[in-house]
Design a protein around this ligand. Structure first.
Ligand SMILES: *Cc1c(COP(=O)(O)O)cnc(C)c1O
Length: 399
């Protein structure tokens, strides 16, 4: 077997002729940076998720930074989030001089536990924002979560904002609405491995006009209006005012063009991931020693990740996890581990004197989980090969 030609990557973007043509059209138009195309992408995205406002940004990390800033997070603030997430969910709080408090995940799924969150809200005085993460695309129970926070909203007030890290959960339709539109601000990622991609990029959405306005200003140098307005609106002029020391977080038209095409395909891409997840479920659901990923009964899972869990605890699960990873690698299959909890990371562990056992569920989930390839266009044969490899590993482990 030639490992290069037969290798199944862990992730691969679903890009075609349409994306290529959209990019070429922007290149030929003479306008590369944020303009009409980004504006159209925002409007289409807002309509798709059912939010009043959407702002395209150059990454979800930038979006999370803007969201916390708009929520009034600053020195003296506490931001509560899950340790079972990517680095930037927590890092942006430090960019604003705030402190982070990690709330462990639930026993049933890998999302922040509403009961633990309630305890933290009761005892922690300076909470300015709660950032739930819809991990892997499995949405948090936002109703329980919002109830447990007894949310006192919002910017400039005594209350705190709920900011959804929806980097994994596009599109995820819950009974209450699209994940990412259920708190004060939702933040989506279009990073290369995410469910739709612009290479790098993201979107912040909100139903709150004043939060959206603040994020719009801070996204673009603290200008009172956007570059696009300055150059192309009927009231075009060279005049602008800097009302804040803003950031430079806009998404260029060149990338927004890819995003518009991806958005139009989003449901077809979702259907492909759902079909792969179903095949994995059928294959692994009955195997002793394997635990299929948690999901809600309502079919709201966006299946950004399919994280298989091996049974066992502590070091035993960790060595089983490592051996499954190695077996996949030997079989020419890329896999990954999501996530190394942030409270184990040197920076956070040192800053808050955290031990692994401080968030025991996140630690345990990390030690037992392997994420399998789940990308549109993978093909039946590749899915079959993953299934065969995992099943073979499980049979040998049982011996
Ligand atoms: C990918 C990711 C981000 C950051 O997204 P970027 O667009 O790469 O900045 C934030 N949160 C989570 C949970 C992610 O997986």
């Amino acid at each position: 077997m030639n490992p290069n030609s037969d290798f199944i990557p862990f992730a691969r973007p679903a890009l075609g002729k349409e994306e290529e043509e959209a990019v070429l059209a922007v290149m030929r138009s003479g306008w590369l940076t944020t303009g009409k195309v980004a504006r159209a992408f925002e409007e289409e995205f807002a309509a798709f998720v059912g939010a009043k406002r959407a702002l395209a940004v150059n990454s979800a990390t930038s979006g999370l930074h803007l969201a916390l800033e708009a929520a009034g997070v600053g020195p003296g603030s506490v931001v509560v989030t899950s340790p079972y997430t990517f680095a930037s969910t927590a890092a942006v709080a430090r960019h604003l001089g705030a402190e982070v408090r990690f709330c462990d995940i639930g026993a049933e799924d890998y999302n922040i536990d509403p009961a633990l969150l309630e305890e933290i809200i009761k005892t922690e005085k300076n909470v300015k924002a709660v950032v739930p993460v819809h991990i892997g695309g499995n949405p948090c129970d936002m109703r329980a979560l919002l109830a447990s926070t007894g949310r006192r909203v919002s910017q400039g007030s005594e209350g705190f904002a709920v900011i959804e890290d929806a980097a994994h959960s596009f599109p995820s339709r819950t009974r209450e609405g699209m994940a990412g539109t259920l708190g004060d601000i939702g933040v989506y990622s279009f990073y290369a491995t995410k469910t739709i991609t612009t290479g790098e990029g993201g979107m912040v959405v909100s139903n709150d006009e004043s939060l959206a306005r603040r994020m719009g200003t801070m996204r673009m140098h603290g200008f009172d209006r956007e570059a696009w307005d300055r150059y192309t609106s009927p009231k075009a002029s060279w005049y602008y005012e800097v009302v804040e020391a803003g950031y430079k977080y806009n998404l260029p038209d060149l990338l927004a063009a890819i995003g518009r095409v991806q958005l139009a395909k989003a449901d077809r891409l979702l259907a492909e991931r759902v079909a792969i997840a179903r095949r994995y479920d059928e294959a692994f659901g009955g195997i002793d020693g394997l635990v299929i990923p948690p999901r809600k009964a309502d079919g709201s899972h966006a299946w950004h990740l399919y994280s298989l869990r091996v049974s066992g605890e502590g070091e035993a699960s960790e060595s089983a996890r490592d051996s499954l990873f190695a077996a996949l690698q030997e079989g020419g299959i890329g896999s990954s581990v999501h996530f190394i909890p942030l409270h184990l990371m040197p920076y956070w562990a040192k800053r808050y004197s955290l031990r692994p056992s401080d968030c025991p569920r996140a630690w345990a989930a990390y030690r037992a989980s392997v994420s399998l390839p789940i990308w549109p266009g993978m093909g039946e044969a590749a899915v079959g090969r993953v299934i065969d490899r995992v099943s073979l590993w499980a049979r040998n482990r049982g011996r």
